[in-house]
Design a binder for this molecule. Structure first.
Ligand code: SF4
Length: 195
């Protein structure tokens, strides 16, 4: 019979090389000290602990399930905590066909999220209405909320979703802690009627 310990790391296994750690942000260091910018440290923490809120209405949501499952494992990016409470999440992932009726609901979910928040539009439907060029389908979620990254495809493969997620991580890591207070950002929100 196969020994049980065969299924777990043997005691002598060296897994230290298999544990990924993030690189330190750019800065200046010496013996016993390291200095960097506050924005870089905050960005480093934020980008590696994004909490996604999946807003999945149709087939693209199935790709998201695959992205979260063991093979692709979005948890590797610090995002295993998928939340369905807008107040606790900072990344809105919109996946699927959004009808015009659903538009106000999506917008309300976005408004309930605390700043800083980011939006990933996954799939042709969320980005542009996709093949549903009809009277009832929103022709892109950026008609009701600002979008940070678009992932094309119908549906996009999990690799594409992960790539879009990593582009969001880039934005989060480089964002200044003051960006949300800038006139430019306020103007962006006000163009969507958001105060
Ligand atoms: S983009 Fe394609 S796969 Fe995704 S929700 Fe639309 S029809 Fe479905």
């Amino acid at each position: 019979m196969r020994p049980v310990r065969f299924n777990i790391h043997p005691k002598e296994a060296n897994i230290s090389s298999a544990i990924a750690t993030v690189d330190a942000p750019p800065g200046f260091g010496g013996e016993g000290f390291f200095t960097t910018k506050l924005s870089d440290v905050v960005g480093l923490a934020r980008k590696n602990s994004l909490w996604p809120l999946p807003f999945a209405t149709s087939c693209c949501g199935i790709e998201f399930m695959a992205t979260m499952a063991s093979h692709y494992d979005l948890a590797r990016f610090g995002s295993e905590r998928v939340g369905f409470s807008p107040r606790q999440c900072d990344l809105l992932m919109v996946m699927g066909t959004i009808s015009k009726k659903m538009g106000p609901v999506l917008r309300q979910v976005y408004l309930q999220m605390a700043e800083p928040r980011w939006v990933l539009s996954v799939g042709a439907c969320a980005c542009s209405g996709g093949i549903f060029d009809t009277y009832s389908v929103l022709q892109g979620i950026d008609q009701v909320i600002p979008v940070d990254v678009y992932v094309p495809g119908c549906p996009p493969r999990p690799e594409a979703i992960i790539d879009g997620f990593m582009r969001i991580q880039d934005l989060v890591g480089q964002e200044s802690v003051r960006r949300r207070n800038t006139d430019q950002y306020k103007a962006l929100l006000s163009s969507y009627g958001i105060e």
